[in-house]
Design a protein around this ligand. Sequence first.
Ligand SMILES: Cc1ncc(C[n+]2csc(CCOP(=O)(O)OP(=O)(O)O)c2C)c(N)n1
Ligand SMILES: CC(=O)[C@@H](O)[C@H](O)COP(=O)(O)O
Ligand SMILES: [Mg+2]
Length: 648
Amino acid sequence: MCRPRLPCPVPPPSVPYDILPRITDPRDLDGLTDAQLEQLAGEIRERLCSIVSDRAAHFASNLGVVELAIALHKTFDFKKDRLIWDTGHQIYPHKLLTGRFPQFDTLRERGGLMGYPNPEESDYDLFVTGHAGASVSTSLGLKAGDDLVHPGEDRKSVAVIGDGALPSGVVFEAFNNAAGLQKDLLVILNDNEMGICPRVGGLASYLDAARTAPYYDGLKKDVAWLLNKIPVVGEQSTKLLSQGKDALKHFLHGGMLFEELGFRYIGPVDGHDLKSLTATLERVKHVRGPVLLHVLTEKGHGFRPAAADPVTFHTPAPFKRDDSGQEVAEIRTSSTKAYTDYAAAAIHAALTRDDRVAVMTAAMCQGNKLETVRADFPTRFFDTGICEGHAVAFAGGMAKAGARPIVDIYSTFLQRSFDHIFQEVALQNLPVTFMMDRAGLCGPDGATHHGVFDNSYMRVFPNMTVMAPGDAGEIAAMLDFSLQHNGPCSLRYPKTAAVTVDRNAPPIVHGKAEVYEHGADGLLIGCGIMFPVAVAAAEKLREEGLDVAVVNPRFVKPIDMDTLGPLMDEAPWVIAAEENVVTGGFGSALLEAANARGVRTDHVRLLALPDEFIEHGPREEILADFNLDAEGLRATALSLAERNVTAA
Ligand SMILES: Cc1ncc(C[n+]2csc(CCOP(=O)(O)OP(=O)(O)O)c2C)c(N)n1
Ligand SMILES: CC(=O)[C@@H](O)[C@H](O)COP(=O)(O)O
Ligand SMILES: [Mg+2]
């Protein structure tokens, strides 16, 4: 019988799994020998390899933490102890070890297991996450909360954070707090030398050096004793000795940064040596105060192509293995152009045209398809690492200095920058362009990644111009407009194949909508990606004898009431559609503007995403559920026109 919180079990592919199916709870690990644990690691890797044969899923990161997940569950009891996987994209081995093997084939499918931690699925998942950087904060909070609410129980708290997530500013806020509180907290730094792309910046260089430094055990008193033998204050000679001490410290270990922040540092240790990793965890488990355990892993470990090319295999397209099972025989990449391709080409053209233009990505060069821009304009391409807030403030500084920065960040991750958009950009009225990729539903990543709030959060700021290209062709035109505009602008585009609407599109003029076609029987306003949907719906309605007008509003802010007001007043009904939550989005903006102008609104129907978190699943299916497809617009129009909905 399937448990109510989990999807129904699906038989795994007919590969001989021996131990893995018997792990229904982490305590089942207790009776296993070292050899059986090694075999289990192999079976988990096999399961990871088989799942990506028919769906895109996070792969290389998961291959890299198999031993770490086993060792953690063997050492701790996460029924009471606390475990947070930073970001959460490397959660699959944890899912397999916590009773979700039977459902694993539903991963990232609609109604199936989420690709991230999800407390709805298991008590072993504490937070729904997908954004990087918060693990140390929540682990520290869990520890503080447990000490308060469960005094005397001595619950342990563990955060596993990758080297890519480490530079997020919030991590250092948490380090600072943890050192001050001196709470028992274990932070495991999973260092695989990669984010999605190769890691960048000062911390990356620091970790490069720390990797090759000798093992250091911050729990051992003799090292501290040796260091304390060297004086640090006093006369001239002690200054030299002090320099000697620094050199010695660096010679001794690579974890000085963490030690000086108030953590005990242990490492680096081999993250694939299951036995010694487990032994190390057993040792650090009872240590008092904050500890940082530096674990070296290989992204893609155990599957040669993934280890050789962890960028491609971060979330590879579905692929088939060859007969050996060790190589890729065929990978199903698509040659269809996406909106992101148009955006990257427009950015490249803008940098080519104007030396003042620069572009920022927050560790998403690959997802933003900026590799060519990075290669062709190395001095005007900035990868800030997973530091979206910094990227925006940094762009504010560049704009103040006279440059024209483009901030190219996924809609969902830009949420991290809200206050910097407000203070460092909008309040200063600086010409920063926000290109918000993955706006709208993102599909299999789900609620953590859907970019469905930006129409709402961008338009609240005075000075901000908010645009939504009606098709892929408008991305370049809007970017060009923005780079000429004297103030901040944003534009959004979705994660899907590019659509272009064949027409003679008028030039982009600030706050001006495009009337695509006139019609007396109703008005369809399709914001952004909903414009081609509205065009298709109008076509269907025409076949049914309704002659409706279609508008591509282009601007969420300012709204073109000069154009829309009369059209709305004349229309028997109006539909305003957007791929954003209904709360505060384009529809709200339209109603506000209409109200201010005294334009009729009682005949307006807003089609948008509901005020709730939306689960993972195919974008088109979810859109259809909310009538945000051509058929949904047609049916809504017919019902508004008081006509019977006929079968499509
Ligand atoms: C706030 C935020 N920005 C960007 C991302 C996209 N992202 C997901 S995983 C990842 C790289 C993480 O690197 P690391 O923490 O080292 O994990 P690894 O994949 O190497 O195991 C990035 C940039 C994100 N999830 N959250
Ligand atoms: C974990 C994470 O946040 C990224 O890996 C994200 O899944 C990338 O999304 P895209 O696949 O849309 O680039
Ligand atoms: Mg990494």
